[in-house]
Write a protein that binds this ligand. Structure first.
Ligand code: P6P
Length: 332
């Protein structure tokens, strides 16, 4: 029997396991269509005149790439009129997105980073789209920012698409993590891996070492022990990777284990971290935990953080459970 398409997989989840509602099934399909369009757009690169800077800044004060804006618009167009969401929020928009006049309100709220790792786009390194889906508050129609500020444990679905040598959609509905590969001829995401699991131990870590002098002592101690390898307390050598696209680094960890760290640093003490809680840390933490990994700020479980802002930043340490617990233990 040939592997199911995403649509068949979701229908099965809905019909036989009542894990998802028809609206959630439709919303995930809308996201998958948007990501296919994003993959085609970024695949054209210079040919489509979409590389380079847009000449604007996003809410984060980061220079926006043309593709940041283009991909954000693709996600909005694919989901805002589909009758499945009551509100949308994105890394690229300061405020929540008001649905078009007359749009049918759906049951869900979705937050997304349309093009994570966009600083890599001009150098042709893997980038991705990250999305997080929440229930809208029961009975509410006038959606406000506060309605989005739900802890990560409230997510009903989280996923990412990584645009690499192959285009992969990784998804959790709260019952494990499954992976779909885009068949570019068919234009369908095909289920290629079920029950992705992160090994509890690893010999690989991911961190931007250039920030070393800005780290807190527990992280410095942990990384120095990794670098000392078998000559020191860890008794084994470690390898290092840093793609600088969270989606690519997290996918590697889901595939072969590892620990990813973007810890708090005093480089800009006004920022609690670099990564954003609502549309990077929460969806990735949901996926990682569903795959048997762990995800903390170094002090608390990320999924239990009560958000205070749409673009709130947090430190992130996620991946192989025993490593995350070790470095988190150094903080206490
Ligand atoms: P740095 C991409 O901009 C991103 O938000 C994540 O995808 C990535 O892990 C991180 O920032 C890279 O940050 O400081 O190494 O460029």
């Amino acid at each position: 029997m040939s592997a199911p398409t995403l649509s068949q997989y979701l229908l099965n989840k809905q019909c036989h396991h009542s894990v998802i509602t028809p609206q959630l099934e439709q919303l995930i399909m809308q996201v998958s269509i948007a990501c296919k369009a994003i993959g085609i757009t970024i695949g054209k690169g210079a040919l489509a005149g979409v590389l380079g800077h847009a000449g604007s800044e996003n809410i984060q004060g980061e220079e926006q790439k043309k593709l940041d804006i283009i991909t954000n618009d693709i996600m909005l167009a694919a989901t805002s009129k589909g009758g499945c969401v009551a509100g949308l929020a994105s890394e690229e928009m300061e405020d929540i997105y008001p649905l078009p006049e007359g749009a049918r309100l759906g049951d869900y709220l979705m937050l997304f980073d349309p093009l994570d790792g966009s600083s890599n786009i001009d150098v042709n390194v893997s980038v991705g789209t990250i999305f997080s889906i929440l229930h809208k508050p029961e009975g509410k129609t006038d959606i406000t920012t506060e309605d989005f500020l739900q802890a990560g444990t409230k997510q009903v679905c989280a996923g990412y698409v990584v645009y690499g040598p192959s285009t992969l959609l990784v998804l959790t509905l709260g019952h494990g993590v499954d992976c779909f590969t885009l068949d570019r001829e068919l234009g369908e995401f095909i289920l290629t891996e079920t029950g992705m699991t992160i090994p509890e131990d690893t010999k690989e870590f991911a961190i931007n070492m250039s920030n070393m002098r800005f780290w807190e002592q527990p992280v410095l101690r942990y990384v120095e022990e990794l670098l000392a390898g078998k000559t020191h307390v860890r008794g084994k050598d470690f390898n290092m990777r840093w793609v600088a696209s969270m989606v690519a680094d997290v996918h590697r960890i889901l595939t072969r284990g590892g620990v990813f760290m973007y810890p708090y640093d005093v480089k800009d003490a006004s920022k609690a971290g670099k990564l954003r809680l609502m549309y990077e840390a929460n969806p990735m933490s949901f996926i990682v935990e569903q795959a048997g990994g762990a995800s903390t700020t170094g002090r608390v479980r990320i999924l239990e953080i009560q958000p205070t802002g749409l673009h709130q930043r947090v430190p992130v340490i996620l991946g192989s459970k025993n490593e995350v617990e070790l470095v988190t233990g150094y903080h206490s």
